[in-house]
Ligand binder design. Structure first.
Ligand code: ADP
Ligand code: MG
Length: 728
């Protein structure tokens, strides 16, 4: 079946490629469909443009009259690009994006009509919110929710629709989406990091967090996927025997990109550039049919929007090219899963990367300050960082021998470890002139040199320093980056706030100079956060033992990872940083647990269906064929037929045995599911799904994969791993 499909699909792909490949240079495409600052400057009056810039860069409010002007300009621009509709575009807690399109068109009297778009429509909308998860917030407070314009992320045209990035909140102001807490966290990190950056440069007035994500994904032939209810419904294969050749040869990684996938990538890249997503690199990944796409990093809020948008574009473009794109963290057992590295750093409005050393000792002390505070923050909130990336899909990946473990740790490399060891020896209180000089010349002064040849890369660390940024590698490929970015920025914001207080106290009360005070506080942080630093092999069993000794958490599944959301220290952190209220936090926990339960529930149902309605009937059919053969043999050979039927009889027996075990396992799983469904408490229900329902999946799969090896190839009802993974 695969060969025929393959040629059909190739033809289609080339056709699509010819149709879509643009002859224009890529830089000309960039921002073609974005109402960016340049487009606004052109379309707006000077005053209106100024107030938009104030809103974008300083969070200023936009008045009614200006909003009307902006809406009018936006409409004119959108119509000139042939847009017919507009939508508020937001990211509800389901993790995807949501939109409700309205036409600009409005009929008037006398059969006339016009296009209308007001400031009010730009600024606020009321989508039918009842079908989005709220964790009970809407029941407790107001029944309605509304979306509100986020001017820091520019409007864009997607298809024929003007999309306006918005937040989604309840009428009483509680966050119902992923963007609201992210914006609050980015505000918190701006305030605290700016205050600390001013120690080193008074002219800094704003700090932006930046994010550069790397999106991994699988591209699978659409027609083959159609035969697989598991891939179609759950995004991963629930059964499937490993092919003779998997990824053992590692020959796919950085190999030449297959031409059909290349056609898809070119199309994606052109569409992304038009939407302002600065995609830059593409390559094959480790597993067959696995690829990666990464843009140039951007301000974190924009980068998060761009990742969500890109995932949506990818699904649509893949369909056009005869593919299904898989974002699931572990679509295939025994084959590498997919992640989404989040590269993160902090940059000032004076153009300085705070996680990058510079030409002066002061700049390097600044680097050390932000570097050590980040390590300390991960140390304090490692469990929360783990929770920020927990999902049913990522549970298959973390700790599964090829991905970062579920244990959070920080890798900084040998040379920076050496620097921290030296700083640990700094004297308490005032420093002697000799010590200051020594620090300046031999420790701090050497940092740029050290980092220039810091090639030491540890691929097994979940959180690694990579020269001028931290790379959070444990993020799942399907996750909305807003989640880890909210947590990371919140905890670093809190850490920097504490740092500033401690430094100021030493200056005010102990009369220390600023740099002495900074060295003193950093020294204590280095000492107290040591256990979070790990330079060894994060995939090894030894690390699991070692981490346990150190007292680090190792929450291997989502329900246990989410427990941290209820801890007082988490509630305090979110409330102090004004990122989430206790109510919002509890609601979020409930929504995420519910989502987890639902995913496992759906997988369980699909697996039951696959076993009862596909696998067992196929095995029985083959068994009947063998039985028929045996009957015929008996007719021909009489009593001695058995010696001619050794294979047949063995397979017949094995099939019966496998079917028997499989049926028992499926029945038990269904029983457990029924029991779990009766549990009212969301947390306990999720635990039951995790421990009692999901635990049957592997044994059902095991029987199915054994049957796959027994049953005649053409009678097997699903596309096999070999077809899914090696058709391109
Ligand atoms: P890899 O991890 O695959 O080796 P690189 O180290 O070259 O790749 O960079 C990965 C990503 O890091 C890129 O998407 C890039 O845009 C991003 N990046 C580079 N500098 C920064 C920064 N200062 N802040 C955030 N992301 C950054
Ligand atoms: Mg990377």
């Amino acid at each position: 079946m695969s060969v025929r499909l393959r040629f059909g699909a190739l033809e289609q792909a080339f056709k699509v490629c010819e149709e879509t490949s643009s002859t224009e240079s890529r830089s000309k495409l960039f921002h073609e469909n974005v109402f960016n600052e340049a487009a606004m400057q052109q379309a707006l009056t000077k005053d209106a443009y100024k107030s938009v810039l104030q809103a974008i860069h300083h969070g200023a409010k936009i008045d009614r009259k200006t909003a009307d002007q902006i809406a009018e300009a936006m409409k004119g621009w959108a119509l000139s690009k042939r847009a017919t509709h507009y939508t508020h575009w937001f990211q509800p807690l389901t993790g995807t994006t949501a939109e409700k399109h309205d036409a600009f068109f409005e009929p008037l009297e006398n059969g006339r009509a016009m296009e209308r778009f007001s400031g009010e429509q730009l600024v606020q909308q009321e989508p039918d919110a009842s079908s989005f998860p709220s964790g009970g917030i809407r029941n407790t407070f107001e029944a309605r929710g509304y979306t509100a314009w986020d001017p820091t992320s520019p409007a864009f045209i997607y298809g024929a629709t003007l999309c306006i990035p918005t937040v989604f909140v309840s009428y009483t102001g509680e966050a119902l989406d992923n963007k609201t807490p992210l914006l609050r966290a980015l505000h918190a990190i701006d305030e605290s990091a700016t205050a600390v950056a001013k120690y080193f440069d008074k002219s800094v007035s704003k700090v932006n967090a930046s994010l550069g994500w790397e999106q991994e994904y699988f591209l699978i032939d659409k027609e083959l996927v159609k035969s697989r209810p598991d891939l179609l419904i759950t995004g991963r294969t629930l059964i499937g025997h490993s092919p003779a050749k998997g990824q053992q040869l590692d020959d796919h990684y950085f190999g030449s990109i297959p031409s059909r996938a290349m056609g898809f990538m070119r199309d994606i890249e052109e569409q992304s550039l038009r939407l302002g997503i600065p995609v830059k690199t593409r390559h094959n990944e480790v597993a067959p049919n696995q690829f990666e796409l990464a843009p140039v990093y951007e301000e974190a809020n924009l980068a998060v929007d761009h990742n969500s948008l890109l995932m949506d574009v990818m699904e649509k473009v893949a369909d056009k090219h005869g593919f299904k794109v898989l974002f699931h963290e572990k679509p295939f057992a025994g084959i590498n899963g997919s992640g989404k590295h989040n590269n993160w750093s902090l940059a000032t409005d004076t153009g300085v990367n705070l996680l990058s050393p510079g030409p002066t000792p002061m700049r390097n002390l600044q680097f050390l300050t932000f570097f050590i505070n980040t390590i300390k923050a991960v140390h304090e909130y490692e469990e929360l960082l783990r929770a920020s990336i927990a999902s049913a899909g990522n549970d298959h990946r973390l700790g599964a021998n090829e991905a970062p473990p579920a244990i959070m740790s920080v890798f900084i490399g040998e040379q920076l470890t050496h620097v921290l060891d030296e700083l640990e020896g700094v004297s308490e209180g005032k420093l002697s002139p000799e010590e200051k000089t020594d620090l300046k010349l031999n420790v701090v002064g050497k940092i740029p040199e050290i980092l220039r040849d810091n090639t030491d890369r540890n691929r097994t660390s979940p959180f690694a320093f990579t020269g001028n940024k931290f790379e959070f590698r444990a993020v799942g490929s399907d996750l909305n980056c807003a989640k880890p970015m909210t947590v990371l920025n919140t905890m670093v914001a809190k850490q920097l706030t504490d740092f500033k207080k401690q430094v100021d106290k030493l200056i005010d009360e102990k009369g220390l100079k600023k740099d002495e005070a900074i060295f003193n506080v950093l020294r204590e942080y280095i000492k107290s956060s040591k256990k979070i630093r790990f330079e060894g092999d994060g995939y090894s069993d030894n690390w699991v033992k070692e981490a346990k000794k150190r007292g680090l958490s190792n929450n291997i599944d989502t329900p246990s990872a989410f427990a941290v959301y209820s801890q007082q220290s988490t509630i305090d952190l979110y409330e102090e940083m004004k990122v989430l209220s206790a109510i919002e936090l509890a609601a979020r926990k409930e929504v995420e647990l519910e989502e987890y339960t639902m995913k496992i529930q759906i997988e369980g149902r699909v697996l039951g269906d696959i076993a009862y309605n596909h696998i067992i009937p196929a095995a029985l059919k083959y068994q009947s064929l063998l039985l028929e053969n045996c009957a015929n043999m008996k007719e021909v050979f009489g009593a001695g037929f058995k010696e001619h039927c050794e294979f047949q009889l063995e397979v017949i027996t094995k099939i019966s045995e496998r079917i028997g075990v499989m049926k028992t396992e499926v029945d038990q799983m269904i029983e457990e599911r029924k029991k779990a469904n009766k549990i009212v408490d969301a947390e306990k229900r999720a635990v039951a799904y995790c421990k009692k329902v999901k635990s049957h999946f592997d044994s059902i799969r095991y029987q199915s994969d054994k049957l796959e090896q027994l049953v005649k190839d053409e009678m097997w009802p699903f596309a096999k791993y070999r077809e899914l993974l090696f058709t391109n």
